[in-house]
Design a binder for this molecule. Structure first.
Ligand code: ADP
Ligand code: MG
Length: 325
């Protein structure tokens, strides 16, 4: 009897550590990828379920396409009265305003006061007259946060906010936190152009490619080895349409209400995805030189910018990068 039990245990399928991964298209309008090293397959799948559930929660809170999201409620009411918001949204709004100050207003969630009139899928854009009349509402100073009451208020009618410029980065950070709480130490979480990595992969860094903005999806301008880092790329090729040779795409210059077109792509590397996501828009608005000055001044951040002529510039920390193979 005893021997039988021992034998049964010996031949039971042992829980084995393995890589578990999943790709889901659609949540937050993008592709979500989670890949991790788990003690056993079931634990890995359960951890991925938890990450996906969190992404759906963030989408339901932040989406401006969902009329019942918290952000939509703020957009409906905040010009009339202070709107109480969840601690999560409050803290993300504070972060957004902090990035506006750090980027001299290039990052500005009130871009949406004009931005809501663009529909890149339907090839629709506002007329010059529509932009002119909506533009005064674009200014992050119009968003007032009250820390004592956890409320948000807009100073004037017409102001709209959209957290699309940091939402994916934030959701990637939340995904990583959830995995860390479950004891996972090697993983990648990405949502569209925003990724974060913890640990290494088989003792080596993860290799992440940076896409060539004017070539097919498989063509890279360089490959970066990463461990314990986040990386965000913004590109003018992600969501765009062209009219008479002019490219209209999804990053808006808060000063003009037009697409910000001073670079083709910007990639930021840093410790957290919410920050790399927020900073990747700046180069489009300020141009490569001014943006690189800002990036070089911020600790823990590196940047790779593809300029309009196709040349690539690197921040100080990356100047030694090996050429692509
Ligand atoms: P993705 O949405 O794929 O993560 P990006 O990281 O490049 O792409 O972010 C682009 C998004 O940022 C836009 O779709 C819009 O929601 C938002 N956005 C556009 N212009 C600005 C801006 N000037 N400041 C802050 N957010 C912006
Ligand atoms: Mg992004």
């Amino acid at each position: 009897m005893r021997l039988a039990l021992v034998l049964a245990l010996a031949f039971a399928p042992a829980a084995r550590a393995e890589w578990v991964s999943r790709t889901v298209d659609g949540t937050m309008g993008t592709r979500i990828v989670v890949e991790l090293w788990a003690d056993d397959h079931a634990a890995g799948e359960a951890a991925i379920d938890a990450v996906m559930a969190e992404m759906q929660h963030i989408d339901a809170t932040m989406s401006t396409y969902k009329p019942d999201s918290e952000v939509s409620k703020v957009n409906r009411l905040a010009a009339r009265e202070p709107v109480p918001v969840s601690p999560e949204l409050y803290s993300l709004l504070s972060t957004a305003l902090e990035y506006s100050r750090a980027t001299r207003g290039a990052f500005d969630i009130t871009y949406a006061s004009v931005g809501f009139m663009y529909d890149f899928r339907a090839h629709q854009r506002p007329s010059e007259a529509q932009i002119r009349s909506a533009l005064p509402a674009v200014n992050y100073h119009h968003v007032l946060l009250d820390a004592a009451h956890h409320t948000v208020r807009f100073t004037q009618a017409g102001v709209r906010i959209d957290l699309g410029g940091i939402g994916k980065g934030y959701s990637v950070d939340r995904g990583i936190e959830i995995l860390q709480e479950r004891g996972i130490r090697h993983a990648l979480v990405s949502a569209g152009g925003d990724s974060r990595i913890i640990g290494d992969r088989f003792g080596k860094p993860w290799i992440v490619g940076i896409r060539d903005p004017r070539a097919g999806p498989g063509t890279v301008i360089t490959r970066i080895p990463l461990t314990d880092a986040a990386m965000s790329t913004s590109g003018d090729y992600e969501r765009f349409f062209e009219e008479d040779g002019v490219r209209f795409h999804h990053i808006i210059d808060p000063h003009t209400g037009h697409s910000a077109s001073k670079v083709r792509s910007a990639t930021i590397i840093g410790p957290k995805a919410v920050r790399t996501d927020g900073l990747s828009k700046t180069a489009f608005v300020l141009g490569p030189e001014k943006a690189m000055q800002i990036y070089n001044r911020i600790d823990d951040i590196d940047a790779i910018i593809v300029k309009l002529d196709g040349t690539v510039i690197y921040s100080k920390g990356l100047e030694q990068l090996p050429a692509p193979k």
